[in-house]
Design a protein around this ligand. Sequence first.
Ligand code: ACO
Length: 448
Amino acid sequence: RKDVGILAMDIYFPPACVQQEALEAHDGASKGKYTIGLGQDCMAYCSEVEDVISMGLTVVASLLKKYNIDPKLIGRLEVGSETVIDKSKSIKTWLMQIFEESGNTDIEGVDSSNACYGGTAALLNCVNWVESNSWDGRYGLVVCTDSAVYAEGPARPTGGAAAIAMLIGPNAPIYFESKYKASHMSHVYDFYKPDLASEYPVVDGKLSQTCYLMALDSCYRQYCRKYEKLVGEQFSISDADYCVFHSPYNKLVQKSFARLYFNDFTRNCSSVDNDAKVKLQPFAKLTSEESYQSRDLEKASQQVAKHLYDIKVQPSTLLPKQIGNMYTASLYAALASVIYNKHDSLGGQRILMFSYGSGLTSTMFSLRLHDGQYPFSLTNIASVLDVRTKLESRRETLPEKFIETLKLMEHRYGAKDFETSKDTSLLPQGTFYLTKVDSMYRRFYDKK
Ligand code: ACO
């Protein structure tokens, strides 16, 4: 099978959002902390009629419709999510409603979960299935769906919500270079959800940043090693046209790219120019532990990498800066941003991807692109994503409304026997929404 990868994509995010500037003022944070400090513009959140299941239903129905895919042609459906609605019943089973309607119940796959990494696990499963002997010729479908909400405090502005669907098959315009994949997995308590009565994680923010960067280093080193072994040439960021990172908030993405650049410096790569070499030289002797703690290195490397960041990373930041952390969907919303922004110039290019899920699991892999053929063409994917229109038709709400919604959801989490307001005024036509949870905790959805 040739060029197995992503044939089609769609994204759904809630229409309700709050400006980071307004949230900053509301929280009494210093001016610029969320916007410049974290690098975020706006944050989407689910209203009381939306959740990860409704968003998943919406995005799957939308993808099938917009690319005109017969639901019978799906042979594997995998969901990545870290939002726990049920400890046993997978989100995938709710999504089966769409396929049962057309008589297709022969669909493999369940949910994958480990923080923000579940979507990547689901995607790799689908790609491996299509590449394997078990493939029955039908499409794989990956759904990443999450609502990221945090307790009051410094992590709260790093929330967000979205669902992404990706159709998987051969001859894809966005295909995997499966041989160069590298992972770093280990046991840490940086971000986890031990309290099953609460939707909020327990998070050690500083530790999670360091774990993220350590995992990035480890994956990049191994990725380069594998590439060099197979290709016989050194790999550096010059070989990637775009670098796409899991994006909890934009500042960490800026730091991540600078870190790759620093790696290239220590490996003596041609991607690092003379001026940068001089500026990074004072940090050449730091131990790796020291290098994670050095604020001066962080600043210097961000500064010397800035011109490359603008070219190779900035196009991926549109959706993550506007929506916030979408957990499992975050990396793929960043990828969607590149496709949306650059679809007419991506043929032949390479995108380096870094997926991180706290706890921790991480993988670096790369994608190659070609223009593809309608409906599975980059141009058509960009037009289906329709990012600008979707962003512009959102409704900005006051921070007070956002906080009131979170309070209500704290009571609703794990609750039974309630009806929602069924207020769908903000939702676009075709959006699924939650109507009630009955006395047996069964959830009911309708479509606008
Ligand atoms: N103007 C400009 N910049 C400012 C201002 C200001 N007024 N105030 C602060 N800043 C900068 C800080 O210097 C810092 O930037 P730097 O790291 O480049 O120095 C940044 O804003 C954040 O400020 P901190 O004081 O470090 O923020 P705080 O510790 O309060 O919270 C954190 C940040 C830890 C990221 C928190 O939001 C969090 O815990 N988020 C969730 C965890 C997370 O997302 N981790 C990422 C990987 S795990 C995952 O994906 C879930």
